[in-house]
Design a protein around this ligand. Structure first.
Ligand code: HQG
Length: 177
């Protein structure tokens, strides 16, 4: 498949597996898994094409189950009922979040909120945070003091594609990089 087709299919997968499964008559189970056959028929693609999209996705956004009959998104869901059941994990001492200037006042008073997603998304690399922030303009990188958060009882999970997730980062754990 050419790259553009891989990207187009991946965008549809991202949308249906994280935000709007019902738009194509798909159901996600409580752990976010969807039936591969239904996706193939609704998106008019072959299993080989789907497998290529999963393998080539630049952020490894999707995963098959062992039987390869189910697929789910590794992170980024807005659907409240989906629980990926990721274990609580100790992160590196510092994590990063890329954002833009216009959100800073609000973030510094209210902390980082999940907004429309289930979790706040953080990364262990400055480079990734820069890419995430650049989606919205000139990136501003915030450092998250994870040690302080853990001491105060907050928890982290890491998705299988390496995105760190948490419920809320109060502003006292945030500083500008
Ligand atoms: C901001 C992409 C005002 C936050 C990326 C961000 C990532 C606040 C935006 C993943 C705020 C939410 C997630 C507050 C947070 N006041 N603004 N209190 N708290 N914000 O897209 O982290 O391609 O939901 O800074 O690569 O940008 O989808 O989060 O700018 O990994 O796989 O509100 O999405 O991955 O935006 O990106 P998002 P994000 P995928």
């Amino acid at each position: 498949m050419d790259n553009q087709r891989v990207i187009n299919i991946s965008r549809k997968l991202s949308y249906h597996l994280r935000h709007g499964p019902e738009k194509i008559g798909l159901k996600l189970d409580k752990n976010g898994w969807a039936n591969v056959e239904i996706i193939l028929s609704k998106l008019h693609i072959t299993k080989t094409e789907l497998e290529e999209c999963v393998a080539k996705n630049n952020k490894q956004r999707f995963a098959f189950d062992e039987s390869r009959q189910k697929i789910r998104a590794n992170q980024g869901h807005s659907i409240k009922d989906v629980d990926l059941e990721l274990p609580t994990t100790i992160p590196p001492k510092v994590l990063y979040h890329g954002t833009v200037e216009r959100f800073l006042d609000s973030i510094m008073s209210d902390g980082l909120r999940p907004m429309s997603r289930q979790h706040v998304h953080l990364s262990d690399s400055i480079e990734t945070a820069q890419k995430v922030g650049s989606r919205r303009g000139k990136p501003i990188i915030l450092k998250v003091d994870t040690i302080g958060m853990i001491e105060d009882g907050m928890e982290f999970q890491v998705s299988s594609n390496g995105v760190w997730l948490t419920a809320h980062v109060p502003s006292k754990y945030l500083s500008k990089y």
